[in-house]
Design a protein around this ligand. Structure first.
Ligand code: SIN
Length: 282
């Protein structure tokens, strides 16, 4: 396991790791202002090194949020949830006393049912409960590297199906939204994914979107996925982020999974996510 954290690699930002395996707080940057190319390059490097990076005290407008996202690629439009008027690329994240089910309360990589799932997601929360509402992130490289060589080899030959249908249709039902005219993405991806920038391998199945391992019996699929979900959820691979108003978490969906903890009902937790388009997993 390599953890590339050399403070001197960064000249324009301060990068403070939260755990040895995943997560770093970034200081010395104001995301409400346009960034210089070197700042963008260093933020990108910090994301590659730490898989999820956290910023504090960044009161972004929706336009500033989108501008920050566009430094890393084109913005993704969510296949189910609509953005606020005039901002289709913004995904509202909101829970309050009327909420019956929150988004992201199972381990997942965002929209992994897309043929080209998002590279990364940038969540800005503005309203937080006094206690709770944390987000957990898990390092999928570390989870893969902790498997025995025999299991790694077996998994490398397999793909799994990721389906938006089961996730979005049931969420809409809970909200009373009629989505009969919608068709949700469904894709088959390698179980062991190679990160296109770092070249490292990680596990790419999650309990939210993955329905089955392709071309094996139902029993074998259930046993493999059950084991991998349990393995990916080990605290050894995790960081837990405690939000404050105007915090931002920027995570790499190609090397990390996350889960939002809903322990604050009936209180409000609210903000917006910008998601950056990704490429076809290999
Ligand atoms: C998400 O999955 O994007 C939501 C994460 C969160 O609310 O913490």
């Amino acid at each position: 396991m390599t953890v590339a954290t050399v403070a001197t690699r960064y000249e324009t930002i301060k990068v403070k790791p939260v755990t040895p395996l995943i997560g770093a707080e970034i200081e010395g940057i104001d995301l409400t202002r346009p960034l210089e190319p070197q700042q963008v390059a260093e933020v990108r490097q910090a994301l590659l090194d730490h898989l999820v990076i956290f910023f504090r005290d960044q009161p972004l407008t929706l336009e500033q949020h989108k501008r920050f996202g566009r430094y890393f690629g084109e913005l993704h439009v969510h296949p189910n949830t609509r953005g606020p008027e005039g901002h289709p690329e913004i995904l509202p994240i909101h829970a309050d006393h009327n909420t019956v089910r929150i988004a992201g309360d199972r381990w997942h990589s965002d929209v992994s049912c897309d043929p080209e799932p998002p590279l990364g997601s940038i969540l800005h929360l503005q309203v937080l409960p006094e206690h709770g509402g944390d987000t957990l992130f898990s390092n999928t490289y570390a989870a893969y590297e902790a498997l025995s060589p025999g299991l790694q080899t077996y998994l490398q030959g397999l793909t799994a199906t990721h389906d938006g249908e089961q996730v979005y249709r049931s969420r809409n039902r809970g909200k009373g939204i009629d989505d009969r005219d919608r068709v949700y993405p469904k894709s088959s991806h390698p179980i062991v994914r190679t990160h296109p920038e770092s070249g490292r391998k990680g596990l790419f199945v999650n309990s939210n979107f993955t329905t089955h391992v392709d071309n094996v019996s139902r029993e074998e699929s259930a046993a493999i996925l059950g084991f991998l979900y349990q393995h990916l959820a080990k605290p050894d691979f995790q960081v837990r982020f405690r939000w404050r108003p105007d915090s931002i978490a920027f995570w790499d969906n190609r090397s990390a999974q996350h889960l939002a903890v809903w322990d604050y009902f009936p209180n409000v937790r609210s903000g917006y996510r910008v998601t950056v388009k990704g490429d076809k997993p290999f």
